[in-house]
Design a protein around this ligand. Structure first.
Ligand code: ZN
Length: 504
């Protein structure tokens, strides 16, 4: 039997056996049991709470290479910090056919340890649920205090030194004016003119635009509701924009903000806005442009937008995509392209290169390889976050110890708040990254099934065709003589790259 020794010592726990003492006991045990020691790994940790175990991780790694078939520890708590950790690394050793032996404890395949290992996957789940709970708790606590969480405060408000909001009267006047004018039926443009006349600016010193007015008129903060959004961060710059915030990710607290406009005015604006929407909808409904937001002019690079008009003697309907630059400034002379034609080209391309049986066989290995690579990056991120989290926890613990020992000064409170805030942020990041990693671990078979469900793209309803196109197409470029389609799959190196078709 060839064995490796693992010994660990935390300098903050005085009752522990020293590393030398652990090694002596293990060597003694080995010689009594005819075990040959081939390697010794030792870690000296600064604190029991830090995950600073380079030699331990090296030992786990080495277990792959058949150098030893047993790991001996003095006590099992040297091997791991908790049950989860223990089960996880024990399973790794087991996968490499390496046994774990403790000098002081009788470890066998007891029912308890077997159950623990078999539910490892369940534990992983449990672990991440607990984490989310902790994250939510942290966020709710911040939210319940109705405090500013960073960035520029919304127009109309300033932030007190204790991070609560107060009204900025000058800006609040602009907000009241906007709500009152809109409620009495004034359109966006005259409101903007009025704001400019009076010299009102946005928080960043810019003039108001239609979008910023819409944002203000629909912002519940102004009627006194504190809104706390769970941040949906991008991971590794990946496209994440299709995720819509669900209601349970938003915490709303009535009366949590100083109110700038009355409930009555809020309601009148809401009614006005709904009726405007209906009127506008009546004129623009009907046409569904499958390629909107994806189709670009090859001559000047501007977006092409859907256009419909009735022309000719019979007043027949012509639907096209036109270069928006040509429409607006007349500086581009790209011809409009027939809507049905270009949409059919894109659908045919998607079918031939992604959804047909032969295309699926062709691209699935590439997609799988890409996703695996992404996962490596995410897991690397998780490791970095966890390392920082452990460091912060140590700092918090040290500070608590200092306070318990009677060392206290006023700067500690602020420092500890900063640490807790950073801790919450890290927990959120870790939670999101772990969720991402989990969602991101499909088998090749799952990817195939996922693609197969859209192999009927040609037969789908317009709405569903649009969904599929918006998911899979990155960009369509229309030139005088040809059309190119970049799919997401082609961007990650799957399939034959971007497709080019001769323009009719
Ligand atoms: Zn153009």
């Amino acid at each position: 039997m060839k064995a490796a020794i693992y010994a660990r010592y935390s300098s903050d726990n005085q009752r522990e056996e020293s590393i030398d003492a652990q090694i002596r006991a293990i060597k003694d045990f080995a010689s009594h049991n005819n075990i040959q020691i081939v390697k010794i790994y030792t870690d000296e940790a600064r604190s029991a709470t830090t995950d600073d175990r380079p030699q331990f991780l090296q030992m786990i790694k080495d277990s792959e290479f058949n150098i030893f078939n047993t790991v001996i520890v003095h006590k099992l708590d040297r091997f791991s910090r908790n049950r989860y950790d223990s089960a996880f690394y024990k399973k790794k050793l087991k996968d490499n056919h390496v046994k774990l032996i403790s000098v002081l404890e009788h470890l066998d395949d007891s029912p308890e340890s077997i159950i623990l290992e078999s539910v490892l996957e369940g534990m992983a789940e449990y672990y991440s649920i607990n984490l989310s709970r902790e994250v939510m708790k942290g966020m709710k606590e911040t939210a319940l205090q109705c405090k500013h969480t960073g960035g520029t405060p919304p127009l109309g408000y300033d932030v007190n030194p204790d991070k609560t909001y107060c009204i900025n009267e000058k800006e609040a006047n602009a907000i009241r004016l906007i709500f009152q004018m809109y409620a009495s039926g004034t359109g966006y443009t005259p409101i903007i003119d009025k704001l400019n006349d009076l010299g009102y600016k946005s928080k960043t010193g810019k003039s108001f635009g239609k979008n910023s007015l819409y944002g203000i008129l629909t912002n519940e903060k102004y009627r006194g509701v504190y809104i706390f959004n769970k941040s949906s961060k991008k991971i590794n710059g990946k496209r994440n924009s299709h995720k819509i915030k669900s209601e349970d990710e938003i915490i709303k607290i009535e009366g949590g903000m100083p109110e700038i406009i009355s409930e009555d005015l809020w309601k009148r604006v809401k009614i006005k806005m709904d009726s405007n929407k209906i009127n506008k909808g009546a004129n623009t409904a009907k046409a569904i442009y499958l390629l909107s937001g994806l189709i670009y002019c090859g001559k000047c690079g501007s977006a092409m937008t859907g256009n419909r008009r009735y022309a000719g003697r019979n007043k027949s309907l012509y639907e096209t995509y036109e270069c928006s630059n040509r429409k607006r400034t007349k500086q581009c002379d790209m011809k409009a392209i027939n809507k049905d034609y270009v949409e059919q080209v894109v659908i045919d391309d998607l079918y031939n290169n992604i959804f047909s049986d032969s295309a699926i066989e062709n691209i699935v290995p590439d997609i799988f390889a890409f996703i695996s690579e992404q996962n490596k990056i995410i897991n690397e991120d998780i490791k970095i976050y966890k390392k920082e989290l452990a460091d912060i926890q140590t700092k918090i613990d040290n500070m608590l110890d200092a306070i318990a020992n009677g060392f206290y000064n006023s700067s500690m409170k602020e420092k500890s708040d900063q640490l807790e805030t950073r801790k919450t942020t890290l927990l959120i990041r870790i939670n999101e990254a772990e969720r991402e990693a989990k969602l991101n671990s499909p088998t090749e078979d799952m990817i195939k099934k996922y693609l197969k469900k859209d192999s009927d793209i040609k037969q789908k309803s317009l709405e569903n065709k649009k969904k599929v196109i918006q998911t899979h197409v990155q960009k369509i470029t229309v030139y005088e003589d040809r059309i190119t389609t970049d799919t997401i799959v082609s961007l990650i190196g799957g399939g034959d790259g971007c497709r080019t078709r001769v323009r009719k």
